[in-house]
Design a protein around this ligand. Structure first.
Ligand SMILES: [Zn+2]
Length: 155
């Protein structure tokens, strides 16, 4: 089965609201910081920050459906509008990172996840989506567990 997948960071509408308000949706002020060494995973455009980039750390709840598994967590985003992801496919900057792939069904219940070694996330995602019960998969950092982006079937 060849499944076309969609990769979603923080929605543009939410980013616009956060940047306009100066606060995220959970009351945390938008504080400007400079990426010292680069490498922060940015959830606005699904790239890694370059050295000197102006970024901010805000809270985001990736699961819109709510429910007990709908966690709120910290995400780095560009301080100002970056135009969002440039391409539709698996984000290139995230290919060589180890990642936790956490699948959920349509009701937002967590299913069995996997740890993907560097370079294997895309293959592992396709394998997870072979299970029709899988509605979305959250790609997360291995150590901190922070959400990087959500993957779902196209269409
Ligand atoms: Zn960005």
């Amino acid at each position: 089965m060849n499944t076309e997948l969609r990769y979603e960071g923080v929605p543009g509408s939410e980013l616009k609201r956060i940047r306009c308000n100066g606060y995220d949706d959970f009351g945390n002020a938008v504080v400007s910081r400079t990426s010292e060494e680069g490498g922060e995973p940015l959830r606005c455009c699904l790239t890694l920050a370059v050295t000197g980039a102006q970024i901010t750390l805000v809270s985001h709840r990736p699961m819109t459906a709510g429910g007990p598994y709908a966690e709120v967590g910290p995400v780095f985003v560009h301080l100002t509008d970056c135009g969002g992801p440039a391409e539709d496919g698996f984000p290139i900057d995230y290919r060589d990172r180890q990642a936790v792939l956490r699948p959920y069904d349509a009701a937002g219940q967590m299913l069995d996840g996997v740890v993907a070694e560097p370079g294997t996330s895309e293959t592992e995602l396709k394998r997870l989506f072979e299970d029709p019960a899988v509605d979305t998969v959250q790609v997360r950092n291995v150590v901190a567990g922070c959400w990087n982006f959500t993957v779902r079937r196209q269409g």
